[in-house]
Ligand binder design. Structure first.
Ligand code: GDP
Length: 201
């Protein structure tokens, strides 16, 4: 994908603050430290577009970007900080659920997992929400450069089993370090965006 423009639109927490739903939207979500910022930055070829906000307990924001003036990337706050108060966990859940439920222009969620880690309860809840709201999603397994090919295949199988991944939802293996999987992800996104019914959103 040739990226001709990347524009920060705005940050928001609740639906009334979201920008107008004029472009089809691809949202990125995963556990904190999973490599979400690195993935977004690699896809758009910018060093610091998405920034890690690794401050547990701080209110986190949903960041909206316009890509090529054709579609949006949305950086959703990471979850699963080890020591956050219950109130922050609840805010995160409410914010995510509102976004998944209300955002008409949302056409795909990129669900990011660290290939070395087993999916936890938060990952399973996210999977359940995506199924519940019938949101199309794509699994991306990050940091694959940290494993051998054989290890990566084994880890992928374990993760697929834990999440009960259906055969048509094959996860894409990715590395921000080697850029492995970047083309596969763009091919998927291009096909997916092209398959949307005309006039949506
Ligand atoms: P975020 O919190 O999900 O946005 O994660 P970041 O993108 O900030 O990455 C967290 C840490 O993992 C950083 O130290 C990154 O350099 C590292 N990281 C992210 N992706 C990769 C990857 O594909 N390979 C390797 N080796 N490290 C990565």
């Amino acid at each position: 994908m040739k990226i001709t423009s990347v524009e920060f639109i705005k940050s928001a927490v609740w639906p009334p603050q979201y920008p107008p739903a004029t472009l089809p939207e691809v949202a990125f979500v995963g556990r904190s430290n999973v490599g979400k910022s690195s993935l977004i930055n690699t896809l758009v070829g910018r060093k610091n577009l998405a920034k890690t906000s690794n401050t547990p307990g701080r209110t986190q924001l949903i960041n909206f970007f316009a890509i090529n003036e054709k579609f949006s990337f949305v950086d959703l706050p990471g979850y699963g900080f080890a020591k956050v108060p219950q109130s922050v966990k609840k805010d995160w859940g409410d914010m995510m659920e509102a976004y998944l439920k209300e955002r008409q222009s949302l056409c795909l969620v990129v669900f990011i997992l660290d290939i070395r880690r087993d999916p936890n309860a938060d990952d399973l809840s996210l999977r359940d929400w995506l199924e519940h709201y019938r949101t199309p999603y794509l699994y991306v397994l990050t940091k694959t450069d940290k494993l051998s090919n054989n290890q990566a295949i084994a880890r992928k199988r374990t993760i697929e089993k834990t999440l009960q991944v259906s055969p048509e939802k094959k996860p894409i293996l990715f590395s921000a370090k080697t850029q492995k999987g970047k083309t596969d992800i763009w091919d998927f996104l291009k096909n997916h965006l092209a398959s949307l019914p005309a006039g949506k959103p």
